[in-house]
Design a protein around this ligand. Structure first.
Ligand code: ADP
Length: 159
């Protein structure tokens, strides 16, 4: 069975990677799908994000990294997939995530969302807090994959 893990991944964190590792063990094919028409201004281009994720996921042989624009349900249909994976951190994720899952099912009655509770080690980690911390000189190395750390250093520290 296929599953899509959608998000902005700007950049991918170890919290995201933990979800990828867990779903890659349970499903035949995992599509990490980068939403390229996201409202938020992104730090990394879609191509940069694809490269970082591919490098971070090189040991998982059933994981593909793709970009899509438009509706997730349309993209899912185009690859014949009916299951979306989302990670849940704190209660604050819940409201937004349930709303999205219900809307996706309203748009396509066959579409299910599978929620995975985040690894407690990374439940406070988000792409935006990583960017904020490194922008003020804080150390984020233990929260992101090496490929993301390399790129963050180039963007923020000119290293
Ligand atoms: P979005 O910008 O659409 O929220 P993100 O790239 O931030 O997308 O996250 C994609 C998915 O990964 C979401 O389901 C989000 O809840 C989940 N996620 C983000 N950070 C973590 C984390 N530290 N642990 C587990 N899941 C996470």
């Amino acid at each position: 069975m296929k599953i899509i893990y959608p998000g902005s991944f700007d950049p991918i964190t170890l919290g995201h990677l933990d979800i990828v590792e867990r779903i890659s063990k349970k499903f035949d094919e995992v599509y990490i799908a980068i939403l390229s028409n996201y409202k938020k201004q992104s730090l990394f281009t879609v191509d940069e994000r694809i490269k970082i994720i591919e490098e971070a996921c090189k040991d998982f042989n059933n994981v593909k990294v793709v970009a899509f624009s438009g509706l997730l349900v349309d993209f899912a249909k185009s690859i014949d997939c009916k299951l979306i994976a989302r990670g849940l951190r704190e209660v604050s994720d819940y409201e937004k995530e349930v709303q999205m899952a219900l809307m996706n099912r309203a748009l396509d009655n066959d579409m299910e969302t599978l929620f995975l509770v985040s690894n407690a080690k990374y439940s406070f980690v988000s792409s935006s807090i990583i960017k904020e911390v490194i922008s003020f000189g804080g150390d984020v190395e233990s929260f992101v994959p090496e490929a993301a750390y390399k790129m963050l250093k180039i963007k923020y520290l000119n290293k």
